[in-house]
Design a protein around this ligand. Structure first.
Ligand SMILES: NC(=O)c1ccc[n+]([C@@H]2O[C@H](COP(=O)([O-])OP(=O)(O)OC[C@H]3O[C@@H](n4cnc5c(N)ncnc54)[C@H](OP(=O)(O)O)[C@@H]3O)[C@@H](O)[C@H]2O)c1
Length: 217
């Protein structure tokens, strides 16, 4: 079965990706800041492998990449993100904008060695620089910078035949999205997995929603 690596899987959208890919029988690798004490994934059946990672630390990103030196990753999903941080705007930028690019770059060869060669970086409609959804507070700005950086790498990544997108998961009922959000995590992740399953080479470099629509930058 194919292999998926989900970055930031302790709760919310990341945890639901783990659940649904396990149900589909995939080999699932999931990163958590504290895998030893993580209750929701204890006793989960299936081909699940947990890894320790706080995306703020480059040495931990390098360690994770070393684990996958000879282990192809069909689908890499960078989901970890924060809307607020005690470390302020600088830390929000580090986690939401710098870490996904650093991590995807470190794992690029592992993805390129796989059959599917897919990368999904979780962005937000609030990171669109134009249109009605733009919200350039520190969170929106961090996602906008992620989008900008992603777009600057698209042609280099296409040389390796990688299919990479940034994706807006919808407004989802999680700790971050809050209880008023219209979408459940199950619906959002089901939609995103359909988009990932059908991702074509032509869509490489796109900003897509959980429904597969193209989102304006
Ligand atoms: N929910 C929405 O409506 C919505 C809308 C647009 C975009 N998004 C994006 O979707 C992604 C997931 O959101 P969510 O709603 O599931 O959020 P969430 O419930 O707040 O979960 C955030 C996840 O990111 C992890 N994380 C945070 N900082 C980390 C770090 N330094 N290192 C490693 N992992 C870290 C958390 O781990 P810990 O448990 O260890 O903190 C947790 O697993 C985020 O990128 C978010 O920006 C969400």
């Amino acid at each position: 079965m194919p292999t998926v690596l989900i970055i930031g899987a302790s709760r919310g959208i990341g945890l639901e990706f783990v659940r649904q890919y396990l149900i589909e029988g995939w080999e699932v690798h999931a990163t958590l800041r504290t895998p030893d004490s993580h209750l929701p994934l204890k006793g989960v059946s299936g081909n699940l492998h947990l890894h320790r990672l706080d995306v703020r630390y480059s040495d931990q990103i390098r360690n994770l990449a070393n684990t996958f030196l000879n282990h192809p990753i069909d689908v890499l999903i960078h989901n970890a993100g924060v809307s607020k941080s005690s470390g302020g705007a600088k830390e929000i930028m580090k986690i939401n904008s710098e870490a996904p690019i650093e991590l995807a770059t470190a794992l690029l060869d592992a993805v390129a060695q796989s059959a599917q060669k897919k990368i999904v970086l979780m962005t937000s409609q609030m990171g669109a620089r134009g249109g009605s959804t733009a919200k350039l507070d520190p969170y929106g700005e961090s996602k906008a910078q992620l989008n900008d950086h992603f777009r600057s790498l698209v042609s280099a990544w296409s040389e390796k035949k990688i299919r990479a997108i940034v994706m807006h998961p919808g407004w989802v009922r999680t700790d971050m999205g809050g209880p008023s959000a219209p979408l459940s995590v199950e619906e959002s992740v089901r939609g995103m997995m359909d988009v990932i399953r059908n991702l074509s080479l032509q869509q490489h470099g796109s900003f897509l929603t959980w429904r597969g629509d193209t989102h304006p930058w």
